[in-house]
Design a protein around this ligand. Structure first.
Ligand SMILES: Cc1ncc(COP(=O)(O)O)c(C=O)c1O
Length: 379
């Protein structure tokens, strides 16, 4: 049987084990230690942030980001609809209500004009959201400036979910560093990984200090265990931070490899009728964390699911683009603003295997299956 080709798997470099060994040698096997501190510092240097807290996941980082923004029960929080559920589930952890916003076609991310219009509408009825969560999807930054302007106009804090976009740029800077708080993920499928982990960044040192406090059970400064607030067990392990330090050193290589995957797929499949690749917006660099395309079934001759299932039969893992959150049963009662952009991207969108460790043969095998589907339906 053919070797399976998976969507996006960990790709470990040369230094990770060395850092992990150091954690073992020094017995820093705990959610605290020198690797955690160094990982935070090195991460800040890489993304151009001032302060960072290393956490157990991106979801935990978003949960803390919302809490540190003062989100309370009953508050509304706007969120991009085209994303993974973890962008919005922390809103519900706090008893707040997600309101979903559609994408634009050029970035696949939150539509800035739609956000502005919706904020205007909400302002008129005196129901402005308490925060906006802006997701940077599949390695591509959203169009941050007009979104930030709209938020600033109404003094609404912007939280950036850059879980999928470490290594990307927006006008030369890293997405995740523009809003009040940004979050990143080091889940196993991300561009770099700590197996599981996350980072919260902010320009405000008080926010990051409070994130660390809440992430370590909100322990007050006292020799005994004293608590005046409820916290969480959300810190990153020192062992995993060691993996993160090694991974940070190969981030640029990983971006280049994923961009190269995209280029190879585009060259092989870009001229097929009905196939359109996710555009790269002119304002920055997409990491192409995942190579995504849409398939117009009439023009191509087969639909997204037919292509995905055929790939699957060949041991190739491809996935539909995220199902928009406003269409998720769990969010059926939530408000939504927009049209059908995200829905169409979901209906027709496919993510191809995109790991930085794929070989040229792997990429060619994927392309060949898709080319063959088209050849067969043509006859
Ligand atoms: C857009 C987005 N937000 C948040 C998360 C949550 O990150 P984590 O898995 O580290 O909790 C992920 C991925 O897992 C994601 O893709």
């Amino acid at each position: 049987m053919a070797k399976p080709i998976l969507l996006s798997t960990p790709h470990i470099g040369d230094r990770e084990l060395e850092f992990v060994q150091e954690a073992f040698d020094t017995n820093w096997i705990a959610p605290v230690g020198p690797h955690v501190d160094a990982f935070e510092q090195e991460f800040c240097e890489v993304v151009g942030a001032s302060h960072a807290a290393a956490l157990s996941s991106g979801t935990a980082a978003l949960h803390l980001a919302l809490q540190l923004t003062g989100i309370q029960r009953g508050d509304e929080v706007f969120c991009s609809t085209l994303t993974f559920i973890a962008s919005a589930s922390p809103i519900t952890y706090l008893g707040a209500k997600p309101v979903f916003i559609d994408s634009d076609r050029t970035t696949w991310n939150m539509n800035p004009e739609l956000l502005r219009e919706t904020l205007d509408k909400k302002a008129k009825i005196g129901k402005l959201p308490k925060a906006v969560i802006l997701v940077h999807l599949y390695g591509q930054s959203a169009d941050i400036n007009p979104i930030l302007e709209a938020c600033n106009h109404y003094e609404i804090p912007l939280i950036e979910d850059a879980a999928e976009s470490l290594g990307a740029t927006y006008k030369g800077k890293s997405p995740g560093t523009f809003g009040r708080i940004g979050i990143f993920s080091f889940n196993g499928n991300k561009i770099i990984t700590t197996s599981g982990g996350g980072m919260l960044v902010s320009e405000d040192p008080k926010i990051v200090e409070k994130a660390r406090f809440l992430a370590t059970q909100a322990r007050d400064q006292a020799p005994h265990y004293q608590h005046t607030e409820i916290g969480y067990n959300y810190r990153l392990s020192n062992v995993l931070a060691g993996i993160g330090r090694g991974q940070l050193r190969v981030l640029e290589d990983r971006v280049n490899a994923r961009r190269n995957n995209f280029a190879v797929y585009q060259q092989a499949l870009g001229n097929l009728p009905g196939i359109e690749f996710m555009p790269e917006a002119e304002f920055g660099r997409s990491t192409r964390w995942l190579t995504c395309l849409t398939i117009n079934p009439e023009a191509f001759g087969a639909d997204r699911e037919q292509v995905r299932l055929t790939l699957s039969k060949e041991q190739i893992e491809a996935r539909p683009v995220w199902k928009p959150l406003h269409l998720q049963p769990v969010f059926s009662g939530c408000e939504y603003f927009g049209g059908t952009v995200a829905e169409e991207l979901f209906n027709h969108g496919l993510c191809l295997p995109s790991g930085s460790n794929l070989t040229r043969e792997d990429l060619d095998r994927v392309s060949k299956v898709i080319l063959e589907i088209h050849q067969q339906v043509k006859h």
